[in-house]
Design a protein around this ligand. Structure first.
Ligand code: ADP
Ligand code: MG
Length: 250
């Protein structure tokens, strides 16, 4: 069973079709990197998959349960409870960390598991401490985001996403706001998660990392998936557009 399946997804903004018939699926243990030029619709795709944007048309399923269906060329969203269930399947890590500035590190991590998932406070706190340890942030639980480096903030936001025990983690350019040294730090954490068989979809411009970590790569351009293949084949692609794009990183 696929963790996520998207079929024929379409999304326009102000009459511009930003996603044009996108289909892909993510199986358990997959690490899928999405690459492509700026403006190609990568973030919009993740935002549609995570209910931050509504889909105009197409189908969306989590764990084999359809949450969005297509009827007469229009997306039809399932009932609230269904969407809520789907939303519990994933975690999301953004480019700019998106931590709550007025919450401590610990509170950032435990808030949703306690408030949204209604889990026991003691248990959540103890798991959060474990996660902080794993992220190399032991002892920083009382710090506020502004007291941390960008790399540390991003590790907190990864811990926050993991605290929800997601079946799939989405990353949208998790290192774009970081300098090279801190970038390596974050990529290491993601590689570690890949080793643990965490299912992930990662939008990234870090080509070496994508090559190393991905089970599959997707190249998007102008709202379309141009190629979807193994990293090896992607980097040996003979597709003109793929070659043009990857050429910039060589
Ligand atoms: P990428 O992440 O690949 O750089 P995006 O998905 O962010 O691309 O954006 C694709 C296109 O959609 C861009 O032209 C962007 O301006 C447009 N876009 C994204 N979000 C919105 C929005 N909320 N309103 C209007 N246009 C948007
Ligand atoms: Mg983007």
């Amino acid at each position: 069973m696929s963790v996520l399946e998207m079929n024929h997804i379409k999304k326009s903004f102000d009459g511009n079709e930003i996603l044009k018939d996108i289909s892909f699926k993510v199986d358990e243990g997959d690490v899928i990197s999405i690459i492509g030029p700026s403006g190609s619709g990568k973030s919009t795709l993740l935002r549609c998959a995570t209910f931050l944007e509504t889909i105009d048309d197409g189908e969306l399923s989590y764990l084999g349960e359809q949450v969005v269906g297509s009827q007469d060329g229009k997306a039809v969203y399932g009932e609230k409870a269904k969407i809520k269930k789907a939303m519990e399947c994933f975690g999301l890590v953004f480019q700019n960390f998106n931590l709550f500035p007025h919450y401590s590190v610990l509170k950032n991590i435990i808030d949703a598991p306690i408030r949204v998932q209604k889990r026991k406070k003691e248990e959540v706190i103890s798991e959060a401490r474990e996660l902080l340890k794993k992220m190399g942030l032991e002892g920083r639980e009382d710090a506020y985001p502004c007291q941390l480096s960008g790399g540390q903030q991003q590790r907190v936001s990864i811990a926050r996403a993991l605290a929800l025990k997601p079946k799939i983690l989405f990353f949208d350019e998790p290192t774009s706001a970081l300098d090279p040294e801190l970038t390596i730090e974050i990529l290491k954490v993601i590689k570690e998660l890949a080793k643990e068989k965490m299912t992930m979809v990662i939008v990234t411009h870090e080509m070496d990392f994508a090559k190393n970590v991905s089970s599959k790569m997707i190249f998007m351009d102008k709202g379309l998936i141009v190629e979807e293949t193994t990293p090896e084949e992607m980097f040996n692609s003979t597709n003109k557009r793929t070659m043009e794009f990857l050429g910039k990183y060589k």
